[in-house]
Design a protein around this ligand. Structure first.
Ligand SMILES: [Zn+2]
Ligand SMILES: [Zn+2]
Length: 335
């Protein structure tokens, strides 16, 4: 029986359906799992995405792109296959793609996160014969703390820095992490009861607006003033580091990074003076194993990240484990 998804130079391809999944080159028909830059490149003629994520895709790819939006769970005939989209956690509108032909089911995970939060639809396991899973954090060292605990650490840091007369700047992906953080801070402490106002970079404000268009209420929209004051908190993409605006601040600005990569000492050392908080929109090692187990798949194909270790782990447990060499890059997801 032919494989339902194969690797082509343009990206993952479903021959029976005639479409690519998150291709890294411009194609005629693309099904996109989510709107991060390494998955949703521009230039495709036709894009199929989740209805839930449509405003986010439009904000990222522009309205010139021809979109077809599909509700989670609704089956669609595409070529010789049935296709449906299922929540992947990760960011708003992120989908797993289920492909069925002649009773065989393949599921492509896209990027996913199994711990739920109110900023996006929770990951739902989908039964499959073959599960194509990302393995961004596919090593046993990656084990996330509960979000609430990390957010409490961030709130404490903000409070302490404010008390010594500093403003605070958090580097975060503009899509997903920023909205999740704002909502979590608001839920934990109330966005207006911190030591100062919360500001967001224009790139974050744009995505906040798309979230609201999709029905997810993200508070905080003010872009930062020219001069920050002690106690201010700013959420901005990494590109702000080294900017003219940052260099000209008159109060000290304490900086922090919020990412799964902060687990690794090397990643923390690359940015001396920048505090690291570990919070990721990807599954950690136990999350990946949980998702693979719940897919019930006997064959697993690994994409981006730590594929070699995971492949050995799964093979030792009797699963067929293959790898696709993809061009997804979680660390560059916000460029
Ligand atoms: Zn992503
Ligand atoms: Zn990715």
């Amino acid at each position: 029986m032919d494989d339902l998804v194969v690797l082509r130079p343009e990206g993952l391809f479903c021959p029976a359906g005639g479409f690519f999944i998150d291709p890294w080159r411009a194609v005629d028909r693309a099904v996109l799992t989510h709107a991060h830059a390494d998955h949703a490149r521009s230039g495709h003629s036709h894009v199929l995405c989740s209805a839930r994520g449509l405003p986010v895709f439009q904000a990222r790819l522009g309205s010139q792109t021809s979109f077809q939006a599909l509700r989670f769970g609704a089956p669609l005939r595409v070529g010789d296959v049935w296709l449906s989209l299922h929540p992947a956690g990760h960011v708003l509108g992120a989908s797993q793609i289920r492909i069925e032909k002649d009773g065989r089911v393949w599921v492509v995970s896209g990027d996913y996160r199994v711990a739920a939060d109110p900023s996006c639809d929770a990951f739902v396991p989908v039964a499959a014969d073959v599960f194509i899973t990302e393995t961004t954090f596919g090593l046993p060292i990656y084990r996330w703390q509960a979000q609430q605990r990390v957010v409490d650490e961030i709130l404490l840091w903000w409070q302490q820095e404010a008390q010594r007369g500093h403003a605070c700047l958090i580097y975060t992906y503009a899509l997903g992490k920023a909205q999740r953080l704002i909502m979590a801070i608001d839920d934990r402490a109330g966005i207006r009861s911190g030591p100062g106002p919360v500001y967001v970079h224009a790139a974050v404000a744009r995505i906040n607006a798309a979230y609201r268009a999709a029905g997810v209420g993200v508070p905080a929209d003010q872009t930062p003033p020219t001069r920050l004051a002690a106690g201010d908190l700013v959420l901005a993409p990494q590109s702000v580091q080294g900017s003219h605006w940052l260099g000209r601040q008159q109060v000290p600005v304490s900086q922090a990074n919020v990412s799964g990569w902060m687990t690794v000492r090397g990643a923390r050392r690359r940015q001396p003076g920048v505090r690291g908080f570990v919070l990721s929109d990807h599954a950690d090692w136990p999350g990946l194993l949980w998702a693979i187990d719940h897919s019930q798949a006997s064959r697993v194909i690994l994409t981006h990240g730590q594929t070699a270790f995971m492949a050995r782990w799964l093979s030792a447990r009797g699963l067929q484990a293959d790898t696709f060499q993809t061009e997804f890059d979680a660390q560059a997801a916000d460029v």
